[in-house]
Ligand binder design. Structure first.
Ligand SMILES: [Zn+2]
Ligand SMILES: [Zn+2]
Length: 180
């Protein structure tokens, strides 16, 4: 069952004594990391930097997972992207099923299982190219980040109704400024 992967860590030396720790940095590709709004590009390297510690009943894994992501800005549809840096704290136990805990099998910890789940859960669902993205004009479709598109801004019909009450040329009505 043991896979050959950058993320597979042999822990037989570690599990002999509770409290033993080891620092591991592993990197590689993980396929299938695709969400609704963004995905990890297939060639992107994912970096797992963790401390493994032998605990009663298993191995705890604490550290960070770093993964680049790419998507499409939900406002202007141009490319959006960034790097996720996620804090992880998981437990590997014999009989783990990736639900409560991850499997510890033949003294092997597969960090890919944990990294896969953490990244998939945190991929942005509605990414933005930047926080202040102005988006596209709903009328002409022009990218408003490049400047105004020239469309006449439609007024709220409720204000148009107020205009009818005003005679042409008269300044906006004000309760205290009417003729006495
Ligand atoms: Zn945008
Ligand atoms: Zn426009």
């Amino acid at each position: 069952m043991t896979r050959h992967s950058e993320f597979v860590v042999q822990v037989s030396g570690l599990t002999r004594a509770v409290g033993t720790r080891r620092h591991e940095v592993r990197s590689g590709r993980i396929p299938g990391l695709e969400g609704i709004g963004a995905k990890v590009p297939p060639q992107a390297e994912i970096v797992v930097d963790v401390i493994l510690e032998a605990v009663i009943g298993g191995v705890s894994v604490t550290g960070t997972v770093k993964a680049p992501w790419a998507g499409e800005c939900r406002r202007c549809l141009s490319p959006a992207g960034g790097v996720l840096e996620l804090a992880v704290r998981e437990l590997y136990t014999p009989g783990g099923d990736c639900d409560e805990t991850y499997p510890l099998f033949d003294d092997v910890v597969d960090l890919e299982l944990m990294a896969h789940d953490a990244v998939l859960l945190d991929l942005p669902v509605a990414p933005l190219c930047r926080e202040s993205c102005a988006g596209l004009c709903p009328r002409c479709g022009e990218d408003l980040n490049q400047g105004p598109c020239g469309c006449v801004v439609e007024r709220d019909p409720r204000f148009a109704a107020l205009d009818v009450l005003r005679s042409p040329g008269e300044p906006p009505a004000h309760p205290s400024s009417g003729p006495v």
